[in-house]
Design a protein around this ligand. Sequence first.
Ligand code: SF4
Length: 60
Amino acid sequence: MATVTIDRELCTGCGLCASVCPEAFEMADDNIAVVKGESCEGQDIKEVSSQCPVEAIKVA
Ligand code: SF4
């Protein structure tokens, strides 16, 4: 299973990851993304992560 992390220093709070894959990402109260799961329904989480405009999401 993938290990997903978000660099909260880099995240700009654009909301894209939580919008594209709400199974794995959500926006915290401070409007910075947090990881809530390790996979996305019907899509590759690595592909979703690669869409982050500031490359804040790492999938190992
Ligand atoms: S896509 Fe990247 S910058 Fe946008 S909310 Fe997610 S982690 Fe933050």
